[in-house]
Design a protein around this ligand. Sequence first.
Ligand SMILES: C[S@@+](CC[C@H](N)C(=O)[O-])C[C@H]1O[C@@H](n2cnc3c(N)ncnc32)[C@H](O)[C@@H]1O
Length: 206
Amino acid sequence: MQKRLATDIFSEWAMIGKDEGMQKGHFNSVNEMLSIVDLSLKKGFSAIDVGCGNGWVCRRLSNDERCRKVVGIDGSEEMIRKAKSFDSNIDFYHALLPEWKPNEKFDLIHSMEFLYYLKKPLDMLKEFYEYWITPGGIFIAGIDFYLENEDSHSWPERLNVHMTKLSIDEWEKGLMNAGFKNIEIHQVASTNDFIGTLVLKGEKLK
Ligand SMILES: C[S@@+](CC[C@H](N)C(=O)[O-])C[C@H]1O[C@@H](n2cnc3c(N)ncnc32)[C@H](O)[C@@H]1O
């Protein structure tokens, strides 16, 4: 059976309100991710949330008084329609990755549960480093589908969608090869039956 596009599935989820459950499910991990970068964020920082879904992380960042500008991008039309309906002051773009590029660079690139939907996520890391992030900027991404999280291995078949499964080591090497420095790998928000969200952090030095 032909695989479905992730963005079509998430548009269906947006239409039946499943984006809200996803927001709740990702909340603890995103909290920890934002606290990892918090001290590095300067007054006037700009941010982009990649695979922003209904835009909840963008809304949260826009409430940070140091944040000058926040942008969200997602390939699901319905997610973006919903995001815009919640806050028309934030720039939300409907675009498919890896083809799309922003026309400016950002001090913070944030992404939660997006990267592994790409066929070549490590190439996307190179794109981020080259075209998306300012010198001195920070990249942080959370991933629940990875080799060491065995419970996640059934997801591609269950959803009939492509997911790229990489190990912690492969992600770390991917960040290095893309050019990122001060790389940190965390596993956050673990519970008794969850090994934790894999968090990738890297910086582009000035
Ligand atoms: C698991 S959801 C996470 C949404 C949001 N980050 C959150 O935490 O609620 C993954 C998102 O990535 C988007 N996405 C998947 N593949 C994409 C692609 N190739 N280009 C752009 N967006 C994509 C989906 O539309 C979906 O909204």
